[in-house]
Design a protein around this ligand. Structure first.
Ligand code: ADP
Ligand code: CIR
Length: 344
């Protein structure tokens, strides 16, 4: 592994390039966590991909302590969350004020809320061994067998799934693809597709991704804008899974995830929404999303483009705010976006 201080071109805007000073590099370059994760492993994605927004990944919960001199300023900048702050959780759907903002279905195509979760006392995806990853698949798919009622479903490993079936699931926004170059450089594609898979119920309104960027991505989604129904289903599913799987959580940074942008709630609540008029004035569009702490993505996920004036709008803040607040951010922003689109 290269022990030299990486140099970044002038146009590089990643948080890695901003916060990895020579001093920080020197103080961390010989450190290692108990799963053997090094500074070079943590920064490889941002070193190889100079267009990264962030550029770092954790290999285990310990990485956030061992490499705190690098992770803390990144966490502080991304989440506006300081080392003395404490995370808080609230998964009670009764606290969410979110009547359907688009009952006629003119703007919101679909709603999706996901959380990332990892199992306590195991390395995260970037440092996990093949055997440990396979063990996660076994433990989680077995726990999911006891889901009941509308949450019951079947686990489908990606290994052995036909090309046709996986392409259709990806196109319909249900399944993940092999990681992109950011995840590849983070070590998250090792042994692909072994140990990876998707569980879903018949209606594909409740899904669990196994061993993607995080060991579990628990997802609730459906057509239209009934955000509260989607949140309620998600919270019941999480409680059910928690009966048999212990998730990695600490009182400072909340749920532990491999990418520091997901720490805290690990929640991304999004809508696919049609805003063709507003899309012609991206400054106004961005002023509204910034005000409500929202992120704009394309409709095929992160790093994809919009199609036909449809955007993926989601909460940006995840740490130091509760799950209810994450969804409330998204909801309030969506109400404002629809009002603006109507006025144009
Ligand atoms: P994640 O949300 O898991 O961090 P992505 O941004 O890659 O990761 O999105 C994963 C998949 O979920 C993509 O196929 C994306 O199009 C789909 N998706 C996200 N939000 C919605 C939504 N509101 N409705 C339908 N599909 C969605
Ligand atoms: C990056 O640094 O750009 C990628 N590793 C993805 C970071 C997480 N995504 C995000 O903030 N939108």
């Amino acid at each position: 592994m290269n022990q030299e201080f990486p140099t970044f071109p002038k146009e590089c805007k990643s948080m890695l390039c901003k916060h990895l000073t020579k001093e920080v590099f020197t103080s961390l370059k010989d450190k290692k966590t108990s799963s053997g994760f090094t500074l070079q492993d943590a920064i490889n994605s941002g070193v190889e991909n100079i267009d990264s927004g962030i550029g770092v990944y954790a290999g285990d919960e310990e990485s956030y302590d061992t490499f705190a001199a690098l992770f803390d300023p990144i966490i502080e900048e991304y989440h506006s969350f300081s080392v003395d702050d404490k995370h808080k959780s609230n998964l009670n759907p009764n606290d969410l004020k979110a009547p359907n903002p688009d009952p006629e279905g003119k703007y919101i195509v679909s709603t999706r809320i996901r959380v990332g979760r990892n199992i306590d006392n195991l390395p995260l995806g970037p440092a996990i061994t093949k055997e440990q990853r396979n063990e996660v698949e076994k433990q989680v798919s077995s726990a999911l067998k006891s889901m009941s009622g509308t949450l019951s479903g079947v686990y489908y490993p990606i290994n052995g799934m036909s090309e046709e079936v996986s392409a259709k699931l990806i196109e319909d926004h249900f399944l993940f693809k092999a990681g992109d170059r950011y995840l590849e450089a983070a070590g998250l594609n090792r042994d692909w597709p072994e140990g990876r898979g998707i569980f879903h119920n018949d209606e594909k309104t409740f899904l669990v991704w196994i061993n993607e960027e995080d060991q579990l991505r628990i997802i609730s989604m459906q057509m239209g804008g009934d955000i509260k129904e989607v949140f309620t289903r998600l919270t019941s599913a999480i409680s059910e899974i928690e009966k048999s799987v212990k998730f990695s959580y600490n009182s400072h940074i909340g749920y532990i995830t491999s990418c520091p942008t997901n720490l805290g709630t690990a929640m991304r609540a999004s809508v696919h929404i049609k805003l063709p008029k507003l899309a012609e004035d991206m400054d106004t569009f961005k002023a509204i999303t910034d005000k409500h702490h929202l992120q704009i993505r394309g409709i095929h996920g992160e790093h994809s483009e919009s199609e036909g004036g449809i955007y993926d709008i989601s909460n940006k803040r995840r740490l130091g705010v509760t799950e209810v607040e994450c969804v409330q951010d998204m909801y309030d922003g969506v109400v404002a976006l629809i009002a603006k689109e109507k006025s144009l």
